[in-house]
Design a protein around this ligand. Structure first.
Ligand code: AVI
Length: 325
């Protein structure tokens, strides 16, 4: 019942396209410096993210979970039997709410979790097999892009791609457009996308959510440098950088940075890269966009996806949208 595919051992031509570390070189040699958020998620980063989801200030997970708990049955009714493909599945905790709803309907179900972090992907797939005795799990250790391009025919009546947790917010508008064209290429007409998005809200709530009092978000942010050290033989000293995050109201996005505490030079030997930092210079490690429900529905339509239903919480902090191709 369990298949685990490692798509991150690419073929030579895919390797060329993937250009390992090319994005790091590009990000660290431009002004202002940036790094792609996907480097947060080594095994330690994925564990830290799980801890973030439990923080009192980080309302996103709690709120989305409550929406799912209330409406999972409705979602399962609307799609019927289907293959659930989850992008960035992590611990699959929230997905269990959906799996329960489909199981209660007595429908055959296949779960295809996709994540770049092999450790958490494999351990959560094994736990699911124990808890759901009739579930098939076809896990893919992969980037979204590779996995979406290689989805095989479902053999079930339908497919639903789940992109929950507001990970969409971590994409720039250009990346968002590219992402949706990959989604609409992967889906057949009549198939579904379930999208979870964080909504715009007062600045103090957002600032607190990304500057928690326990320092877990700071550790998550700084861990990216340790990940780069290990992966590209680097010498970042994380005690020489600090976490800095704030809500940019004009852009409607959180901007998360690592700020150099002094002027310093670092090297990533595997990339043959030397980088100079001035004191106070920052690396933008993540944006987290906060959306408006109406604007998102209009945008989805321009991308070829029909919003069928929108669910939200009482405070309108988070939105869950079911769309159809
Ligand atoms: C994964 N993603 C939706 C999180 C977010 O809220 O943008 C990542 C995160 N960054 C800091 N805290 C959580």
């Amino acid at each position: 019942r369990l298949q685990i595919e490692h798509l991150l051992s690419p073929t030579p031509s895919e390797l060329n396209k993937l250009d390992p570390g090319g994005d790091v070189v590009q990000g660290l040699t431009q002004t202002p410096k940036t790094l792609p958020p996907r480097y947060f998620y080594d095994d330690k980063g994925s564990q830290l993210f799980e801890q973030i989801c439990e923080l009192p200030e980080y309302y996103l997970t709690r709120t989305e979970t409550a929406i799912l708990q209330q409406y999972a049955g409705e979602i399962a009714q609307m799609t019927g039997e289907c293959e659930l493909v989850e992008l960035g599945s992590g611990s699959s905790t929230k997905t269990r709410i959906l799996l329960n709803a489909y199981q209660d309907m007595g429908k055959k179900l296949r779960y295809v979790p996709i994540d770049v972090s092999a450790g958490i992907l494999e351990s959560s797939a094994r736990e699911l097999l124990v808890d759901y005795p009739s579930l098939q799990v076809h896990a893919k250790c992969s980037t979204y892009e590779l996995a979406l391009a290689r989805l095989s025919p479902t053999g079930l009546s339908s497919r639903m791609i789940c992109f929950i947790g507001s990970t969409l917010g971590n994409l720039t508008p250009e990346e968002c457009d590219r992402f949706f064209s990959q989604i609409t290429n992967a889906l057949q007409s009549g198939e579904y996308l379930l999208l979870g998005i964080d909504l715009a809200k007062p600045k103090h709530l957002l600032d607190a959510a990304y500057n928690d009092s326990c320092g877990v978000t700071a550790a998550f942010n700084l861990n990216m440098l340790e990940h780069l050290n290990r992966r590209f033989d680097g010498n970042f000293d994380i005690s020489e950088f600090e976490h800095w995050a704030f809500y940019n109201e004009t852009q409607q996005q959180i901007e998360m940075h690592l700020r150099s505490k002094r002027s310093q030079t670092i090297q990533l030997r595997a990339l043959d890269l030397t980088v100079e930092f001035s004191s106070g210079e920052t690396i933008l490690t993540e944006i987290s966009r906060k959306f408006d429900l109406k604007t998102m529905q209009q945008y989805l339509q321009t991308q070829g996806l029909k919003p069928l239903q929108v669910w939200t919480d009482k405070q309108q902090w988070f939105g869950l949208l079911l769309c159809q191709m």
